[in-house]
Design a protein around this ligand. Structure first.
Ligand code: S3P
Length: 170
């Protein structure tokens, strides 16, 4: 049984859709950020503040290496996991990778008021979202087995689109 790995920018809905499709397919759902927080006994914000981003990226690699040994998981990943080749090498093993693509405006609407994402704690959040997304877009595309557009669609519509794309791949 393959794992289903959801990638995409912060706030695109990886956890929301991950939970929904895991229920439909009877897979186990794991959120890598939550997994890391549990392992560390610290929130993501606190890890960034006390240990820095590089240490967090290393934790993501460990999460990917550990979780990819299992099968039948739906994994919701941190939006920056695509930055580390070693992490993606582990994650993509025996997995179908679904890129959830959203516009910067949609992301801003979803998480404009969020305070738990260290990389977006700036006065110009939309600008930061645009910059980071531009930096990462090629990476999301590179690792995606399939891409599903989230913006402009209902939650049910997107969930069904993901399930439809997965048909024949599982
Ligand atoms: C990050 C995304 C976050 C979290 C951390 C860094 C990123 O996860 O891992 O704040 O670099 O894009 P979500 O994509 O679940 O928000």
């Amino acid at each position: 049984m393959k794992n289903i790995v959801l990638i995409g920018f912060m706030g695109c809905g990886k956890s929301t859709f991950g939970k929904k499709i895991s229920k439909k397919l009877n897979y186990q759902f794991v959120d890598t950020d939550k997994w890391i927080e549990k392992q560390q006994g610290q929130t993501i914000s606190s890890i960034f503040a006390t240990q820095g981003e590089a240490a967090f990226r290393q934790m993501e690699t460990e999460a990917a290496q550990t979780l990819s040994k299992e099968e039948g998981l739906v994994l919701s990943t941190g939006g920056g996991m695509v930055k580390t080749p070693k992490t993606m090498e582990a994650l993509c093993q025996n997995a179908i990778v679904v890129y959830l693509k959203a516009t910067p405006e949609h992301i801003f609407q979803n998480i404009g008021h969020d305070t738990t994402r260290p990389l977006l704690q700036t006065d110009d959040k939309l600008g930061a979202i645009r910059r980071l997304m531009e930096e990462r877009e090629d990476l999301y595309q590179r690792y995606a087995t399939v891409t599903v557009t989230v913006s402009g669609h209902s939650i049910t519509g997107t969930t069904n689109a993901i399930l439809h794309q997965l048909e024949g791949l599982l």
